[in-house]
Design a protein around this ligand. Sequence first.
Ligand SMILES: [Zn+2]
Length: 81
Amino acid sequence: MKFEKREILLIVGILFIMIGVMALPHMNLIYSVTIAISLYFAIRVFIGRRKKQIQKEVGQGICAVCGAKVVEGKCPKCDTA
Ligand SMILES: [Zn+2]
């Protein structure tokens, strides 16, 4: 549900950009649509990469005691011993 909402927001944003590009002089419909579509895919790739990166970082978990990121199965603050 959350993802879908974000997707709609992205599409609406792209549409606004497309309308803005269309308003520029020497711009035709094909140009603005091409820019909008390439921008859409660029943002989707960017979001996908960020999601993967976050999953990687969160993958090892967070320490239940101090909330620090767990590295190699240990909390760098609590498991120093
Ligand atoms: Zn800790």
